[in-house]
Design a protein around this ligand. Structure first.
Ligand code: BT5
Length: 325
């Protein structure tokens, strides 16, 4: 632990009381001036720390920032997020996670960023997010399965995001195949899975999650103003990003554990309950092809089974879907 982290841990222990500069200095093994310097540094990070002559220091509030210490304080998982990397800015958290995974990072390690220079979606699309407003996270997993089953993990992540928005924020979130979570007609989250695999076996998978939490209406990038939303926009007030992340990790861990234990069936059943398209008439654009039909089912590799007007059932592996009836 760094001095800052140890200082915070000490202050967190006494939320309602002061701790003297002398005690902090002794516990950290530094001078009182050094304690003061650390307090100043933490204040610059957004911590509100009261200093009172003769009584010492008291932590009044912590910032809602993606800081490892604050995330760990809220972790309620067994294994997911126990290893964390947090960046103020990076190219893409998926890139960092893929690199860390290749270097041997453990399953459940999570990469977070406040901003991405080159956040991406599927098919080289951009993922846009104003700094320090949302959740940009990439989870490293090492599932023992065929590469084609990675889409089951995308579904599990979408279920976890939708459940988080429902349980913590009481939002009527639903899943839009294949990888969007929406509130009403607007997209609040997207998921991007990338992997390194041998022919029959995943070496590691990275599940990237972009979840719009505190993005204000005026902050929405122009390109997505007509289609995106955030928790803040839907609720009309800001919420804690740290609590939202904590809840998301709990849900995702639970679904991943269940998937490993019982296979895809329970995840699929939950997806069906949260899906906005099951039983609906949809149009799917995939490359230059366009196909219309009734959503009959989800295939085991995440493809959508469409009942065409001719009565034939056809599988669509990927694409962009719009509900048309
Ligand atoms: C996705 O792709 O929805 C997957 C997005 C995954 C983003 C995360 S953030 C952490 C990790 N690191 C990364 O670099 N990526 C992952 P797709 O279905 O292709 O949707 C992309 C489209 O969504 C864009 O073309 C925009 O139209 C729209 N979009 C971009 N940013 C958005 C946002 N913040 N909210 C809602 N829609 C957005």
């Amino acid at each position: 632990m760094t001095h800052d982290e140890r200082l915070l841990a000490l202050l967190h222990k006494r939320p309602d009381d002061y701790t003297s500069g002398a005690e902090l200095a002794e516990r950290l093994g530094v001078s009182r001036t050094t304690v003061w310097n650390h307090v100043e540094a933490l204040r610059k990070e957004g911590y509100v720390i009261e200093a009172c002559t003769r009584r010492g220091y008291r932590l009044v509030s912590a910032p809602d920032r993606m800081l490892p210490d604050e995330i760990r304080r809220r972790l309620r998982t067994q294994w997911l997020g126990r290893r964390l990397w947090c960046y103020r800015e990076t190219d893409s958290t998926n890139d960092v996670a893929l690199a860390r995974a290749a270097e041997g990072a453990p399953e459940g390690a999570v990469v977070l960023a406040e901003a991405q220079r080159r956040g991406r979606g599927r098919f080289h699309r951009k993922w846009l997010s104003p700094p320090a407003a949302n959740i940009l996270a990439s989870v490293i997993l090492r599932p023992d399965c065929h590469p084609s089953l990675v889409s089951q993990l995308v579904i599990a992540a979408a279920v976890a995001v939708a459940e988080t928005l429902r349980s913590l924020h009481d939002l009527d979130a639903h899943i839009k195949w294949p990888n969007d979570v929406c509130v009403g007609t607007r997209k609040v989250a997207g998921i991007l899975a990338e992997l390194s695999a041998e022919a029959e076996q995943i070496k590691h998978a990275v599940i990237g999650i972009g979840l719009n939490v505190n993005m204000a209406p005026a902050e929405i990038p122009k390109a997505i103003r007509a289609t995106a939303t955030s928790v803040r926009i839907d609720l009309g007030h800001e919420v804690s990003r740290l609590d939202t992340l904590g809840e998301l990790l709990v849900h995702f861990e639970r679904w991943y554990d269940q998937w490993r234990r019982d296979g895809f069936a329970p995840v699929k059943a939950r997806w069906a309950a949260l899906s906005s398209s099951l039983g609906r008439r949809v149009e799917i654009v995939s490359g230059t092809a366009k196909i219309t039909g009734l959503v009959a089912d989800l295939d085991d590799d995440g493809g959508l089974m469409l009942r065409l007007d001719s009565g034939l059932v056809r599988k669509v592996a990927s694409g962009d879907m719009t509900v048309v009836g």
